[in-house]
Design a protein around this ligand. Structure first.
Ligand SMILES: C[C@H](O)[C@H](O)[C@H]1CNC2=NC(N)=NC(=O)C2=N1
Length: 99
């Protein structure tokens, strides 16, 4: 699948459609990031595994920082050294996991 880098105006628009996601970094290091919080490690890991399943299906993989009761999820598109539609689609799917 071909993927293209979103323009800054597109990024702002796509970001505004999501809740809790923030733009981090710039240039080739740009990403979108959100911290998901849970009651305990078991629930955190259930989320991580479900997200990994989705990522495998999309062939689009987040950077994850896993802690006892939270997981920081970071999406960017290496292939374009920026943000693509895939990042926002994957972010919405991550949100859907927690309702
Ligand atoms: C060849 C393979 O499909 C690509 O390298 C995929 C794999 N997963 C990926 N994940 C992310 N986050 N960005 C990518 O550009 C990307 N590319």
């Amino acid at each position: 699948m071909t993927v293209r880098a979103l323009k800054p105006t597109e990024i702002v628009q796509r970001l505004s459609a999501l809740t809790g996601w923030q733009l981090t970094g710039d240039g080739a290091d740009v990403a979108i990031e959100k911290t998901f919080r849970f009651d305990n490690y078991y629930k955190t890991m259930a989320f991580v595994n479900a997200l990994a399943f989705i990522a495998h299906g999309m062939d689009h993989h987040p950077d994850l920082s896993v802690h006892y009761n939270r997981c920081v999820v970071r999406f960017s598109t290496h292939d374009v050294q920026g943000l693509s539609d895939n990042d926002f689609t994957a972010a919405a799917r991550a949100d859907a996991l927690v309702g």
